[in-house]
Design a protein around this ligand. Structure first.
Ligand code: WTA
Length: 653
């Protein structure tokens, strides 16, 4: 009998398969049984401050905190009065101890270069870069935008900012110049760290030109530090641009980190919401580090001998928390890869897992579905036996993808932690613990220690088993966002106004009779496309900024690969006519305004959009139309219900 079938148990009739942690795994795990989890969970819920303080104590504090939690709903201060340096915790603490020559980052560029950066080397690199930032006039509290490929210098840039107390705002390399401009405006950044370009699918993707374009409109930038990565030609403005290598060449490898308040801002990361303007999610120092440190330690059961690989880009929260801060705070060895998973073919990840002996692998369901489509032969060609644990994040993992991942990547031996969390939550909130929690494909299972998650109905009552409702968190936790940057009112309204004292996640979910959380998906106007959040309002406002468009509505429809695809309905202005070339132009226009990831998959031209008598677009109807091809509900409240028949005919064509 294979180990997979040994650990698989039939669940209650009618329910999904249950995979128990193997005895071997459990024996070595920090939390070795469900009973141990339940006991510690109960204690952590009875006294969350005691639990979190215990975790925070494992970090290096220059001054102890005077209060674990100061909660003036909805504003939290964690470890108030305490002082620490986040970078010192992630780097110096290891570099100045026995991990000095341990690999912190094993990097592979897409063309195949390899670099191993030890904690000692990372320390020197970060010290040099912190000196560069300071000698360029960047100070604590200044905002610095980072727009870089997945190279070790991106990590050095983030840590360098953290070291001097500057607030980084990383913008994913796939975003456009307009998106950079919006984030510069909102954050008031004074410096940018970028690169000439990065490698993606065998080609150089230029980055610096998008920065240059954004700076035509944004005038507050004092310095742009440019890394030479690909050697593609870029324009250099001698007034503000400097080369990374020139600056580093003369910088000292010694830098004494200052201690900052626990609540000192660490970063702003923009994410989509239900209006056209992305939200600047603000995270601070002590609490965020405690949350990412503790979740990394327990959920990945991270050990010194592990080789950890989270495939996320540093432009997303997963890259912040589980490429940079969480693993480095734990002194882990991790893999960083620059390029596409399918370059030169779909075997790239598996080849790297074999080559570096990766033991923990954390990726997204959308990637897994692409691997399934590419075929089993790719993973089968590699020895993946070094893997002991797998993870998933970004969207619900469908049972087919779970099962394939478990069998073809995990060899039937690896627990899969399906981790639920958000940019706003900073760290994982709901996930199995790999030595303790029975894994059931499709559920993120149980809340992490200290996390009081619940499902409420519209009236705020807790839902019964298997009843759909709204996922909320009932107690503050250290890695929670502190505010939307410069917009406390929007912060209150978005997250804290639906149910008093509860953080509203915006996700729908249900709990089964064992208490497992099954996430259904977003309840607001936010799509989840390939694991990335996109606001329908953002796409709509990009479309209406095109001269041909009078009105637009965006909705999601299920897509086998991406999870959700973007479908838009567009009403043209009177003097424009429908054509395939206009369709392409609109697609490119959205790419220009937001980034390639937001380009609509389907564009339906519509003579009119279905609206209520008060003029509100009925997205629910459009959604039903793109998902099923017809509309079944009552449409008599529409201002003009013949519109629906027209759209239905057009879609059927
Ligand atoms: C969704 C990504 C189901 C969810 C870390 C959430 C998930 C949004 C899961 C946050 C999961 C993330 N199961 N859904 N394991 N993980 N989501 O801010 O809808 O990019 O609200 O953070 O992704 O996306 P964000």
């Amino acid at each position: 009998m294979s180990q997979s079938s040994a650990s698989q148990q039939a669940a209650a009739p009618g329910s999904a398969a249950v995979f128990l942690p193997s005895k071997d795994f459990a024996a070595k795990a920090r939390i070795p049984s469900l009973a141990a989890y339940r006991k510690l969970y109960q204690e952590s819920i009875d006294d969350p401050e005691a639990f979190w303080a215990g975790e925070a104590t494992e970090l290096l504090w220059r001054k102890p905190w005077s209060k674990v939690l100061d909660w003036q709903e909805p504003f939290a201060k964690w470890f108030d009065g305490g002082k620490l340096n986040v970078c010192e915790n992630c780097v110096d603490r290891h570099a100045l101890g026995p991990r000095h020559n341990k690999a912190a980052i094993i990097w592979e560029g897409e063309p195949g270069e390899q670099r191993v950066i030890t904690y000692g080397q990372l320390h020197r690199d970060v010290c040099r870069f912190a000196n560069v930032l300071e000698s360029n006039g960047i100070k604590a509290g200044d905002r610095v935008l980072i727009y870089m490929p997945m190279v070790p210098e991106a990590v050095v840039a983030m840590l360098g900012c953290a070291r001097i107390g500057a607030v980084h705002s990383v913008v994913f390399g796939g975003f456009s110049s307009e998106a950079i401009y919006d984030r510069l405006e909102d954050s008031g950044a004074i410096a940018i760290i970028t690169a000439d370009g990065g490698w993606r699918r065998g080609k150089v993707v230029a980055l610096k030109p998008a920065v240059d374009e954004a700076l035509l409109k944004y005038r507050k930038i004092q310095r742009v530090i440019v890394l030479r990565r690909c050697g593609n030609e870029v324009a250099i403005n001698p007034d503000i641009d400097v080369w990374w290598h020139d600056q580093i060449a003369t910088a000292s490898a010694k830098h004494t980190p200052k201690a900052f308040d626990s609540e000192h801002p660490l970063f702003i990361l923009y994410t989509s919401g239900s209006t056209g303007k992305p939200k600047g999610i603000l995270h601070t120092s002590g609490g965020y580090l405690t949350g990412t440190y503790a979740t990394c330690k327990y959920i990945f059961d991270l050990r010194d001998e592990d080789v950890f690989w989270c495939t996320a880009d540093v432009g997303w929260i997963t890259g912040h928390s589980y490429v940079v801060y969480g693993p480095l705070a734990n002194g882990a060895t991790q893999i960083l890869y620059e390029g596409a998973p399918n370059h030169p073919d779909f075997g790239r990840f598996w080849k790297m897992i074999e080559a570096y002996g990766v033991s923990i692998f954390y990726t997204a369901p959308t990637a897994i579905r692409a691997f399934i489509k590419a075929g089993d032969a790719f993973p089968a060609a590699h020895d993946l036996s070094s893997l002991r644990l797998l993870g998933s994040v970004g969207e619900p993992i469908n049972p087919e993808a779970w099962t394939w991942y478990h069998h073809h990547i995990g060899g039937g031996n690896c627990p899969i932690v399906d981790t639920w969390w958000q940019t706003e939550t900073g760290a994982i909130l709901i996930s199995p613990l790999p030595g303790a929690t029975p894994c059931i494909p499709g559920t993120a299972s149980l809340p992490f220690f200290g996390i009081d998650a619940a499902i409420l109905d519209e009236s705020g009552e807790e839902c019964g088993p298997n009843q759909d409702g709204r996922l909320v968190i009932r107690k503050p936790w250290p890695a929670m966002t502190r505010c939307i940057y410069n917009d406390p009112e929007r912060f209150k309204k978005t997250y804290w106004s639906d149910f008093p004292g509860r953080y509203t996640t915006g996700d729908g979910a249900r709990r089964d009779e064992h208490g497992n959380f099954w996430i259904i998906g977003r309840l607001d106007d936010v799509l989840n496309v390939s694991g990335h959040r996109l606001g329908t309002a953002e796409i709509e406002s990009a479309l209406v900024s095109h001269p041909a468009v009078a009105e637009a509505a965006a909705v999601g429809r299920p897509d086998e690969m991406k999870g959700q695809a973007v479908a838009v309905f567009v009403t043209l202005k009177a003097n424009f006519s429908e054509s395939e070339s206009l369709r392409q132009e609109l697609r490119n226009h959205v790419g220009h305004m937001i980034g390639a990831l937001a380009k609509p998959d389907d564009i339906h031209f519509a003579p009119a959009l279905p609206k209520t008598r008060s003029g509100k677009i009925m997205r629910r109807i459009l959604k039903e139309l793109v998902c099923t091809g017809e509309v079944t509900g009552n449409i008599t409240t529409l201002e003009d219900y013949t519109v629906v028949a027209t759209l239905q005919r057009n879609i059927a064509r």
